[in-house]
Unconditional design. Structure first.
Length: 372
């Protein structure tokens, strides 16, 4: 076979030299690197999924509901119940993971000649999907504590005038949340610069100490809240994401959605999960407690920890020889896989089961002891 590399192909210039998104998938006893919910789905839910999928399978010769009306209705009910803000089916859209939701938004409101902006370090897929849709990408500033400086952020918005603005709360990989006043200030700054779509990525909001920012969409047709069922619902393998926004935004993204993009099996599985919301959110409470324990224990050991509103914790600092990646390798040698996100001097650990977290804490205590 001819030796051909990716850069030998006629790919688009903005994709040259880039790497695909992904975390190491290694066979180790404890995997705490991808922010998955560590608890398997409860057996009654597994049985309900089987029932719903069996029903859907009888009509797999037909295309699924391309508008996913039943699913969007139930997602709207979930949002209304958990946020206290009334949301209707016409304000909700669903796709294959929140990444497809973001891709559809960028296909609709971004594209060649347009610019998207986010505040890094943050979820790297914002930039990757922007480039993948031909949208220019601008990285805005964060404070040293990884929070947002409203004045500096508004100044960057005024200078670059983005067509799409991403605000991640809680932020990945740092875990920091954004308050409503900050979002409103940046929304107003974005609208003053030019009519811009502002996307608040709330993938981890169920784990937050702060309430959802979803009520802010009222009266703000350019504000979108993006969510996922991968984290709080323990359904990373399902690949179901959704958004809440003005109905006009929902209409707009349907201009770029692929025909029948959500399979009947995906819709059936998601509907079954929504029937078991209370049980699944009970697991979230366990994980919030474990997250807080990780923060307290890491600080007691002597590590620097970023305040977290997510199901993960960023910790460090590792500024010695080899930096954070060398420490990542040493933790892996103890059979525990965490995430090196490329944030200088810091690593990220997902809150796992109590036993998994104990194994991680034993590993970092051992490292601290080695260097004391």
């Amino acid at each position: 076979m001819t030796d051909v590399r990716i850069d030998d192909l006629p790919i688009r210039d903005e994709l040259r030299g880039k790497s695909p998104y992904g975390a190491p998938q290694l066979d180790v006893p404890v995997r705490l690197n991808t922010n998955e919910n560590p608890y398997p789905l409860p057996e009654p839910l597994v049985e309900r999924i089987a029932e719903r999928v069996r029903e859907a399978a009888r009509e797999l010769n037909r295309y699924p509901d391309r508008d996913a009306v039943e699913l969007r209705t139930e997602l709207a009910r979930y949002l209304t119940r958990t946020t206290g803000h009334e949301v209707g089916m016409s304000q909700v859209w669903a796709a294959n993971g929140s990444n497809e939701v973001l891709q559809q938004l960028l296909q609709t409101f971004g594209g060649p000649g347009r610019i998207a902006m986010g505040f890094e370090p943050s979820y790297s897929m914002h930039g990757l999907i922007s480039r993948g849709t031909g949208t220019g990408w601008i990285s805005g500033p964060r404070r040293d504590d990884f929070g947002l400086d409203v004045a500096a952020a508004a100044d960057a918005i005024a200078r670059h005038r983005p067509d799409v603005l991403f605000i991640t709360s809680p932020n990945n990989p740092t875990g920091t949340a954004v308050d409503a006043d900050t979002v409103l200030a940046l929304y107003e700054a974005a609208q003053a610069a030019k009519p811009s779509l502002v996307v608040v990525d709330e993938a981890y909001v169920e784990f937050s100490h702060r309430p959802s920012l979803l009520p802010l969409i009222e009266g703000r047709p350019h504000l979108v809240i993006s969510r996922t069922m991968s984290k709080a619902f323990g359904a990373a393998g399902l690949r179901l994401g959704y958004l809440a926004a003005h109905p006009a935004v929902v209409d707009a993204v349907q201009l770029v959605r692929l025909p029948y993009h959500l399979s009947a099996v995906t819709q059936a599985t998601a509907l079954a999960a929504l029937e078991h919301t209370d049980t699944l959110l009970g697991y979230v409470e366990h994980l919030k407690s474990e997250r807080d324990r990780l923060v307290a224990e890491l600080r007691a050991i002597g590590y620097e920890v970023t305040e977290s509103d997510a199901n993960f914790v960023q910790f460090g600092r590792f500024d010695g020889e080899g930096g954070a990646h060398a420490v990542w390798r040493k933790i892996l040698d103890h059979g525990v896989l965490v995430r090196d996100n490329g944030v200088p001097g810091r690593l990220r650990v997902t809150a796992g089961t109590p036993e998994e977290n104990d194994a991680f804490l034993d590993a970092v205590r051992a490292l601290k002891k080695e260097h004391s």
